[in-house]
Design a protein around this ligand. Structure first.
Ligand code: ZN
Length: 614
């Protein structure tokens, strides 16, 4: 019934994408017909693109990404890789050495807007298009394109003949419309990092040598014709030795496929979940690990369905390809010659991107940490709750502490392409991004945080949430003010450091003075231990939070007056009639990213009686 209602609404307001968006977003529906020649590694295709301008703006230009052009000597990606201080070892100077038949390219041969030819210019990895007629707000236009491409030798993520011998890893292979949102166009040149795409539906026909097995984003439409594990191969006969594969993918912002003549293709249906497809090469001695992989993946999907929200597509593909692990719509490309731990780890990480990057499609270039970091956080939680690993978040904290100590940290809000170092980028995105969430669960309290996180998924799925959208959901669910947290931890590199300054006794009270040494304030939890073994935890919310979390530990819990961030010290009065204070410990949960934990524990070895004349 609900489905019917949404469909009706969808028809009436056909320019509103996927329900009740709080913010308008564009829609791009692709219809492509592509022929890939496995002898020359060249492909040609047609693309019909139905583009909905749901914005309040009149568009005079559009931009397409032509990612394949990055794999040419002298490209921005090539020069960037040869001049950055810590180049990706997979790239280094390899692009500069590509010969004409090894490079990648994507050439647009013709482009029409509603049947009329357009003027366009290819500038590196971007196609700049001048429209013959502006696209008015809330209107639709059709672009028709013919293009030719060449698949490069695999250098980074996509390409042919990767180091494990996979024939084609076809990611970012077609002319892909750039996203236009409330911040304007995002025609970011490709230098080997992040992506951002327009939501839409894909209808793609791929024609290639009939010997090849194809793994792809979307749902196969002609399983019986293609066979290869999808269907019985009853109806169709290859024409000229070629087969056409037809896939449809609804509600995605990317379309990726891989092809190899020697793929195993195993299908594992999941109860209350997607049909899992595994593609790995035969005769590489990796069958045993790949056969074990589905069980681990199923557990991780079940956990994430519960913890975040339900995986919304009907299939998920794990495909040997690429050069490590990379996430795409309904699919991941991963290298397959790994020990079981590594195979499981990389698969789960990439699969988690189905939630963070795919369904919650934040602009990765601007907010890489909202997909890599959020992903790492849930990955750590899976380690903890599914695999029983203690201190599952410790390595994220330690990596963050490392960039702080080395003095190479840049704010999380730095554009992914513009970090000085690859290492500073990765640690910001993966590690500090994970710490961001784990620490937020400390501020809000775990229960409230968990509820809020599910709400974030529900409210922002199939949209492009940004950091403000995220923190607003957290505020609404917790009733706390949290802008300060977003500002300090994402816009700045200010660090957290609290310490115990001193203790002194006066009558039946022991006073414990804490000091804020770091520039970033945090609510504080301090656990005191008495000489009889009793313990009490004191909790001081920050005044700017305008709220406090609920008690979430066993044992004595005392909430004190809030701590204004302007005040460098705070003194706690601990009743010590007949007992003595033995130990004071700041942040016993270790959820605070305190960059100097050496001053967090204070052993009370002696007591100075105030006024005792010492
Ligand atoms: Zn990732």
């Amino acid at each position: 019934m609900r489905q019917f209602f949404l469909t009706v609404i969808g028809c009436i307001f056909s320019f509103v994408v996927y329900g009740q968006a709080d913010r308008w977003q564009q829609q791009a529906n692709y219809k492509m017909n592509v022929d890939l020649d496995v002898d020359t590694h060249k492909y040609s295709g047609t693309q019909e693109l139905e583009y909905f301008n749901n914005s309040p703006d009149t568009l005079t230009h559009v931009y397409y990404h032509l990612y394949m052009n990055a794999f040419q000597p002298g490209s921005m990606m090539d020069v960037r890789s040869r001049t950055i201080d810590d180049p990706d070892p997979r790239v280094r100077d390899r692009i500069s050495k590509l010969t004409p038949d090894e490079i990648g390219y994507l050439k647009v041969n013709s482009l029409k807007q509603n049947g009329k030819p357009l003027k366009y210019k290819t500038v590196g990895t971007i196609l700049e298009v001048e429209l013959s007629k502006p696209i008015l707000p809330k209107s639709k236009v059709k672009f028709n394109m013919q293009f030719d491409g060449q698949v490069p030798i695999q250098i980074r993520r996509n390409g042919r003949d990767n180091k494990e011998g996979v024939a084609y890893s076809m990611a970012q292979w077609y002319p892909k419309l750039a996203e236009y949102d409330y911040e304007g166009w995002h025609p970011d040149p490709y230098v080997g990092r992040e992506f951002y795409g327009v939501w839409g539906n894909f209808d793609v026909k791929l024609t290639l040598d009939a010997k090849y097995v194809v793994a792809s984003t979307g749902y196969i439409q002609n399983a019986e014709e293609v066979g290869h594990g999808y269907g019985g191969f009853k109806k169709g006969k290859p024409k000229n030795g070629k087969l056409t594969w037809h896939f449809k993918a609804p509600k995605v912002h990317d379309f990726t496929f891989a092809a190899d003549p020697d793929y195993n293709h195993k299908i594992v249906p999941m109860e209350n979940g997607p049909e899992l497809h595994f593609f790995w090469k035969k005769n590489q001695g990796i069958d045993e690990n790949w056969e074990k992989l589905p069980d681990y993946l199923i557990k991780a999907i079940e956990y994430t369905n519960e913890r975040v929200g339900k995986y919304p597509y009907k299939v998920y593909n794990v495909v040997q390809g690429g050069d490590g692990g990379m996430e795409y719509g309904m699919l991941t490309l991963i290298t397959g010659k790994r020990n079981l731990n590594s195979l499981v780890g990389v698969t789960i990480h990439e699969m988690l991107h189905s939630w963070f990057q795919f369904v919650l499609a934040s602009n990765e270039s601007l907010y890489a940490w909202m997909d890599e970091g959020f992903n790492s956080y849930i990955g750590n939680e899976i380690e903890r709750y599914v695999n029983g690993k203690e201190n599952a978040h410790a390595s994220s904290y330690n990596s963050y502490f490392y960039v702080v100590k080395r003095g190479i940290e840049e704010p999380l809000m730095t554009h992914a392409d513009h970090f000085e170092l690859n290492s500073a980028y990765s640690i910001a995105a993966y590690s500090k991004g994970a710490v961001y969430l784990h620490q937020l669960s400390y501020i809000m309290g775990q229960k409230t945080f968990d509820k809020a996180f599910k709400r974030y998924y529900e409210e922002w799925k199939f949209k492009h949430p940004n950091v403000h959208d995220f923190i607003r959901v957290m505020e609404k669910e917790s009733g706390m003010q949290l802008q300060w947290y977003k500002e300090y931890f994402t816009y700045t590199t200010k660090t957290i450091d609290y310490g115990v300054k001193n203790t002194f006794v006066e009558g039946d009270t022991t006073y414990v003075t804490l000091e804020r040494i770091g520039k970033m304030p945090m609510p504080m939890e301090v656990q005191v231990t008495f000489d009889n073994g009793d313990q009490t935890t004191y909790y001081m919310p920050l005044r700017i939070m305008r709220g406090a979390k609920e008690k979430e530990i066993e044992g004595n819990w005392v909430q004190l007056e809030d701590w204004p961030w302007t005040h460098p010290v705070y003194t706690i009065a601990v009743p010590t009639k007949g007992i003595k204070l033995k130990k004071v410990e700041i942040d016993p949960s270790m959820k605070v990213a305190d960059v100097d934990r050496s001053n967090n524990t204070f052993e009370v070895n002696y007591v100075i009686e105030k006024g005792a004349g010492l």
